[in-house]
Design a protein around this ligand. Sequence first.
Ligand code: GTP
Ligand code: MG
Length: 363
Amino acid sequence: MAKVRIYQLAKELGMSNEELLEILDSMGVEYKSHASTLEDETAAAVKELIGEQRLAEEARKAEEARKAIPHRAPVVVIMGHVDHGKTSLLDYLRKSRIAEKEAGGITQHVGAFEVKTKGGTVVFIDTPGHEAFTSIRERGAKVADIAVIVVAADDGVMPQTREAIAHAKAAGAKLIFAANKMDLPQASLEKVYQGLMKEGIVPVAYGGEAEVLPISAKTGQGVQDLLETILITAELEDLRADPNAEATGVVLESRIDKQAGVLASLLVQQGTLKVGDYVVAGEHWGKIRAMTDSEGVRRNQTGPSTAVQVLGFSEPPSAGTAFEWVPDQVAAKEITEERRLEREAREVAPEVGRPRNIADLLR
Ligand code: GTP
Ligand code: MG
């Protein structure tokens, strides 16, 4: 193969002769002019260097683009063993939020509510049983960024605490522990620490990474610290969402109201959802006719990390289903019809490899 001349290589790399000469100078390569030939190794070294520079430039641009996307509020789910205080903690958080506003207000159940602090806003999922959280996990999507695992400090780590930890980890959520009921005389933070250690979770107090906050959902002691820890954790996660993107998110819950019709609570994760938008969720679609936020306020639009109750689905989409914006009714109908047919085809297909009866099982 003929040796490459500088001007040929410059052309190949899509740069000017001057630019390439500058690079050769920096590499200490000698030449007479842009018509000089280069050794094969030199040409290869130049290509490698340019390749690296371009990759670095691309990475820098990608990082810049990411940084241009605004931060969003963390979405938090509260989990834990039965009677350890999940509902009490949510109630306390909800109450303190209302008291702050002094609205004493009419709150609407939309499956999530916001707590505003000086350090930022935190969104708590309060859908009963956190169906959405569990079922979406099976579909590989993510509802909550952070899971607060409530452990009653008089009781310690229990079977459903372990289950909650496993679920939260599988869902890719960051874990924060709340040692609850610290107002009780028999409460023992040490007991919670020991229980967590048995699960391989090392509290910060023991030199590990796990945040364990002593709280009382009854008195409110420590709840502020818990909120701060949530916000610090969220900051480290660098959560961002583009409000200009097409709206996507998750159905938190849905029901049929005798008067209003189908009501669905949606958590918007990306983009901005607007009244008049068409959305699909699984096999159902809707045209958003009205939206209400958790304060009971009618909204025309709502951005990332907010939950709203919407009117406009013809049938209730199931909790945990992802929803997405589609341009119009034609798209909405075609996409949902496709999904229905796909499911029906799956259902009639023979279930290969699955045991059909006891004999099969014992084979
Ligand atoms: P399930 O939804 O049934 O799993 O329970 P939960 O985890 O939601 O617990 P819940 O908030 O209903 O609390 C259970 C009991 O513990 C209730 O009687 C609460 O009043 C009580 N409780 C919750 N938090 C505290 C606390 O911080 N201190 C004390 N003393 N009691 C608490
Ligand atoms: Mg409860």
